[in-house]
Design a protein around this ligand. Structure first.
Ligand code: AMP
Ligand code: MN
Ligand code: MN
Ligand code: MN
Length: 278
């Protein structure tokens, strides 16, 4: 039975905006009884190589992964690349460009914070001093540290989230290109947390159709903190669009006690687990 396998195919390390190093993450996953683990950092595979070194001794099968930021009709969409070859030339070139894109975007966000009378340059330096490819999580942490906000969620709510004063519109590569890089790297593309995007029903169906047309294979049917009704809706979407199912916590930190590694709802029998090929 595939369901008996303990699986988590969506996790972050300190190579992006996770709190644990890849080695710490693998050891924690082993402690949680996870047998199949994907490391899926935002726009980087740097953690995969480190994790590969310690996974066998820890008894964890590692799935090399990545979570790539894409744009679809001016919306920011996340695509998981699973079982990718991190050495793939097209993928490496694309992720280098994503890193540059992230650096430019962070500088622009910090300029906006400066225009609001906040210490944008100091915040940018504080982001650059942190490990990992810079994300808004890094900036929220810097704002918390500087005493500008009391909680990192407040940084997103007041300054960094969509529709707020320092928000910089997503300008990621288009969805089809992102799926193409994953396929070029021999991987499988799974659309991450499909219930989290603010889309109408019709727009979501168009997104799923475009993703499938681009060569997408799976939908993340179960994600951390998914309410039961989302699981059913996601399973319906997967079935309706002929997509397989992936599951993953989107683990970032042990401090997020509401979202632990590997504690995921059961996948409905009517969808096909993407890891059956393991
Ligand atoms: P970025 O990829 O730079 O746009 O940063 C996005 C990351 O910020 C996500 O992967 C989450 O980890 C985090 N994030 C997004 N929205 C929030 C929020 N409202 N509160 C806390 N963290 C958030
Ligand atoms: Mn994140
Ligand atoms: Mn995501
Ligand atoms: Mn994620």
């Amino acid at each position: 039975m595939t369901e008996a396998l303990r699986v988590d195919l969506h996790t972050h390390t300190s190579c992006s905006d996770g709190m644990l190093t890849p080695t710490e993450l693998v050891l924690r996953a082993a402690g949680a009884g996870i047998e199949l683990l994907a490391i899926t950092d935002h726009d980087t595979t740097a953690g995969v190589l480190q994790a590969e070194r310690c996974a066998p001794a820890a008894g964890v099968r590692l799935v090399p992964g990545v979570e790539i930021s894409a744009s679809w009709r001016a919306q920011s969409i996340h695509v998981l690349g699973l079982w990718i070859d991190p050495a793939s030339g097209p993928l490496c070139r694309a992720l280098d460009a994503q890193a540059q894109h992230r650096a430019r975007r962070m500088a622009r966000i910090c300029e906006r914070l400066s225009a609001l009378g906040l210490p944008g340059s100091a915040l940018l330096r504080a982001v650059e001093a942190q490990p990992g490819l810079p994300t808004r999580t890094h900036l929220a942490a810097a704002m918390l540290e500087a005493g500008i906000v009391a909680r990192s969620e407040d940084a997103f709510r007041k300054y960094l989230g969509r529709g707020t004063a320092a928000h910089v519109a997503a300008d990621w590569p288009d969805l089809a290109s992102v799926v193409g890089w994953i396929l070029a790297a021999g991987g499988i593309a799974s659309l991450a947390h499909p219930a989290r995007y603010r889309l109408s029903g019709g727009a979501r169906r168009r997104l799923l159709a475009d993703f499938k047309t681009a060569g997408g294979t799976a939908l993340e049917v179960i994600t951390g903190g998914n309410a039961a009704q989302h699981v059913d809706a996601c399973a319906d979407w997967a079935q309706g669009f002929g997509l397989e199912a992936s599951i993953g916590s989107d683990f970032h930190s042990p401090e997020h006690v509401w979202n632990p590694l590997g504690r995921l709802a059961k996948l409905p029998d009517r969808v096909r687990p993407v890891w059956r090929r393991e």
